[in-house]
Design a protein around this ligand. Structure first.
Ligand SMILES: Cc1cc2nc3c(=O)[nH]c(=O)nc-3n(C[C@H](O)[C@H](O)[C@H](O)COP(=O)(O)OP(=O)(O)OC[C@H]3O[C@@H](n4cnc5c(N)ncnc54)[C@H](O)[C@@H]3O)c2cc1C
Length: 348
C-alpha cells in the first residue's frame, strides 16, 4: 500500500510520522521549498501548539494524540493562564524539527506542487506517482500568496462535494470611520461586538489601530464570531478603554489617554463612553491566520475519509473547521493528522 500526502503542514507531517513508524510506504508533496511554514509562524514563532480547553464541533477529535506524541519524544510543554500550550523551548522550530525527525526526509518532496490528481480504477495518479490512498492536507488560502492558491479545492470540487464559503478568519476589520489619526496606536480595551443591536461577543485585549481598520488578537478573535453570523446587520465594535477605571470622574481626558485618541475624540466630538467603530469588512485572506469555511463536515466520515471516496482523507484547514485564537487551529490540524495516520494503519 502506498499513501500520497499533499501538504507538509501540521496535518500532513503528523500523518507522516504515524505511517513512518508503521512502515507504510508514503510520499509527502510540498509546494514550498521548506516544510511547515505555518507551524513556524504560529504563536509569533513560539508555537501555540494546542489548548487545554476543548471547543467541541460536529466531529470527534482525539486531542490526546498530540500531547502523547510530545510526551513520548521528550518535548516538554507548558500552559499559560488561558490554557494555551507552548513548547518549553518557546521555539516553533523545535516542534517542526521533532516532526521532521520522525519522518523519512527522502519521502518529503519539496518544491513539488501537486498540479494534477487523476483517479484511475483502484489507484490515484499524483504528479505521475501512483497511490492507493490520498491524504489531502494542503491547508487553506489564509496568509499565502494568491498565486499559490490551493488547487486541491478544485480537485475536491470535482467530487461534487459541499464546500462551504471561504471567509478570512482570525483577521482584522476595516471600519467606516476615518481613523487615520489613530494609526499605530495600541490600547488595551474591553471590546464588544454588536450585530443587529445585539451583543455577540465581549473580550478584553490590546487593539492595534491601522490606517483604515482595527487589528490585534482581541479583534482577530472577534472575526471568528463575526463569521458565525447568519445575517450581518449594522455590525460595530464598542470600545471601552481601561474598563476598570472610571473616566467620568475626570473633567478632562487630555492627560489620561494617549494623545492620538484624545485628538480623535476631539475631532469627532466624541465622548469616551461612546467610542464606536462600524465594521465595513474583514481584511483580505492574505492577512488572515485561518479560513472559515471549506469542505463541509457532512461530507466526512468519523475517520476523516470522504463519504464519496473512502480512499481519500481530508484533514486540517481544508475542512470547514476553524476556531478562535489560542492554539485550537494548529492543535486540531496535528490531531486530525494523527487520527488519519492511525486509521490508515488500523490503529484503534
Ligand atoms: C501567521 C499565522 C499565525 C498562526 N498562529 C496560530 C497560533 O498561534 N495557534 C494556532 O492554533 N493556529 C495558528 N495559526 C493557524 C495554523 O497555523 C493553521 O491552522 C494550521 O497550520 C493548519 O494546518 P494544516 O496542516 O491544515 O495546513 P498548513 O499548515 O497550511 O499546511 C499545508 C501545506 O500544504 C502545502 N500545499 C498547499 N497546496 C499544495 C499543493 N497543491 N501541492 C503541494 N503542497 C501544497 C502548503 O504549502 C503547506 O505547507 C496561524 C496561522 C498563521 C498564518
Amino acid at each position: 500500500m502506498r499513501i500520497g500526502i499533499i501538504g507538509s503542514g501540521a496535518c500532513g507531517l503528523a500523518c507522516g510520522t504515524v505511517l513512518e513508524k508503521n512502515n507504510i510506504d508514503y510520499l509527502i508533496f510540498e509546494q514550498n521549498k521548506k516544510p511547515g511554514s505555518k507551524i513556524l509562524a504560529s504563536g509569533n514563532g513560539r508555537c501555540n501548539i494546542t489548548n487545554k480547553n476543548i471547543i467541541k464541533k460536529d466531529i470527534f477529535i482525539d486531542y490526546n494524540l498530540l500531547l502523547d506524541f510530545l510526551n513520548k519524544h521528550d518535548c516538554p510543554i507548558y500552559q499559560d493562564e488561558e490554557g494555551r500550550f507552548y513548547p518549553l523551548s518557546n521555539s516553533s522550530q523545535t516542534i517542526l524539527d521533532l516532526f521532521l525527525d520522525n519522518i523519512n526526509k527522502n519521502n518529503l518532496l519539496l518544491n513539488s506542487p501537486v498540479l494534477n490528481i487523476v483517479k484511475k480504477d483502484d489507484y490515484y495518479l499524483v504528479n505521475n506517482y501512483k497511490f492507493n490512498k490520498l491524504v489531502l492536507a494542503s491547508g487553506s488560502i489564509a496568509n499565502i500568496n494568491m498565486d499559490k492558491a490551493n488547487l486541491v479545492y478544485d480537485y475536491l470540487k470535482s467530487f461534487n462535494l459541499k464546500i462551504n464559503k471561504l471567509k478570512p478568519s482570525l483577521v482584522g476589520f476595516k471600519v467606516k470611520e476615518d481613523i487615520k489619526i489613530l494609526s499605530g496606536l495600541r490600547i488595551k480595551a474591553l471590546v464588544s461586538l454588536y450585530n443587529d443591536n445585539k451583543l455577540i461577543k465581549e473580550e478584553i485585549g490590546e487593539i492595534q489601530f491601522k490606517d483604515d481598520g482595527l487589528s490585534g488578537i482581541v479583534i482577530m478573535n472577534m472575526s471568528y464570531y463575526y463569521n458565525q453570523l447568519d445575517n450581518i446587520d449594522n455590525p460595530y465594535f464598542l470600545v471601552r478603554i481601561n474598563p476598570f477605571f472610571d473616566y467620568k470622574k475626570l473633567n478632562n481626558y487630555k492627560y489620561a489617554i494617549p494623545n492620538k485618541l484624545f485628538e480623535y475624540l476631539k475631532q469627532n466630538n466624541l465622548d469616551l463612553s461612546c467610542l464606536v467603530f462600524h465594521i465595513k469588512d474583514l481584511y483580505d485572506f492574505k492577512f488572515a491566520q485561518v479560513v472559515s469555511g471549506g469542505v463541509s463536515l457532512e461530507e466526512i466520515n468519523p475517520n476523516f475519509s470522504l463519504k464519496k471516496d473512502q480512499n481519500i482523507y481530508v484533514g486540517g484547514e481544508l475542512l470547514d473547521l476553524d476556531y478562535p485564537c489560542g492554539g485550537y487551529n494548529l492543535g486540531t490540524a496535528f490531531n486530525i493528522g494523527f487520527m488519519i495516520g492511525n486509521n490508515i494503519c488500523n490503529i484503534k
